[in-house]
Design a protein around this ligand. Sequence first.
Ligand SMILES: *Cc1c(COP(=O)(O)O)cnc(C)c1O
Length: 361
Amino acid sequence: MLPDLEEFHGLLKEIWNSRWVTNMGQFHKQLERSLAEYLKVPYISLFTNGTLPLLTALQALRIKGEVITTPYSFVATTHAIWWNGCTPVFVDIEEDTCGIDPDKIEAAITPRTTAIMPVHCYGHPVKMKRIQEIADHYGLKVIYDAAHAFGVEMDGESVLNAGDMSTLSFHATKVYNTLEGGALIVHDEETKRHIDHLKNFGFAGETEVVAPGINSKMDEVRAAYGLLNLKQVDGAIEARRRVAQRYREALRDIPGIRFFDDMPDVRHNYSYFPIFVSAKEYGMTRDELYFKLQERGIFGRRYFYPLISTFNTYRNLPSAAPANLPVATRIADEVICLPMHHALSEYDIERVVSVVKNPKK
Ligand SMILES: *Cc1c(COP(=O)(O)O)cnc(C)c1O
C-alpha cells in the first residue's frame, strides 16, 4: 500500500529543510518509537532491509558452528548463517504451520550447534514454547526470522517477543513496507544499544568503535514513508482478511486443494494465501495449475520452491538430503501463493477462483 503522495511530499519538505537525511534522524527515531508501540515490543532497531538484521543478530550473539534452520524459506535466512561463517543444518517442517518441526530439532543437535533460526512462514507462528524448551535445555540461542510476521500475535502477545531476537522485513512485497527496510527486535536496552552500534559500523561515539559493525541504517526518507504507511497498515490487513475469507469460501471442498484456516488465538496478518495442490486428487500438478493461471494473466508465486537446500552452495550438506526433508520437499512441490493484496477486487478474486475450480476450461 503506498502512502498518500501529498503527505509524503510534506514530510520530504521537512527532511529537506532539516538537512538531516540519514544517520538516525528524527523520523528514524520516531518510527522506532511508533513501531515499538504498534508491535507491542520493548525495543526495535530499524535497518535498511530485512536481510541485514538477520546477519547482525547472528553477529551480536556471536553465533558460531552450526545453526539449525529450515529450507522452506526465502534464501536470505540460510544466506545469513553462511555469511557469518556458520554451517546451516536443515530440519524438516511440519505441515500445520510450514515452520520447523520441533520434534525433529533434537536429532539435529550436535556439540557444534549454537543456535536455532526458525521462520514464521506466511506469518504462522511456529511452536515457540517447544522450541524455547529445547533451546534452554541445550543452551542454544533462538533467532526468529519473522519477516512474514508483522503484527502477528498469539494469545494477545506479539510473536516478536519470543526467543533472543526476531527480525522483520519491510520490503515492498511485505504487508507493511518502507520500500526496502527491516528491523531487529530485542528485549533489553543494552542489547538495543549494541545493535544500534553494529548497524553504524560499530561507532559508539565520534571516535570510538566498539565492534566490527556494518552499515545498515535506515535513512530518513524511508523512515518518513514508513510512518505514513503505519497509519494504514490496519486497513491493509483488514482488506486482506476479507480477501482470504472470500478465497476460503470459494475454494473449500475442491478435491486436491488444501489451504490454511485461521488458527485459534492468533491475530494473523494475511500476508500470503498459499494453496497446496495434491496432483493425484486434483488431476493436475501444481506446475500445470501455476502455468494455467499465468496463461490467464494471474501471477501466483511458488513460495517456497525450490527449497533452499537444493541450491548450489547448500545441496551437498548432509542435512540437505531430500530424505531428511520429506515434508518440506512435498510441500514445495504443492504450493502456490495466490494473488493477495489489499486492493484485490471481487472481480479479480472471481477470476482466480474460476481457474482453480475449472483449470481445464
Ligand atoms: C523478505 C524476506 C527476507 C528478506 O528481507 P529483505 O527485506 O528482502 O532483505 C528474509 N526472510 C524471509 C522469510 C523473507 O520473506
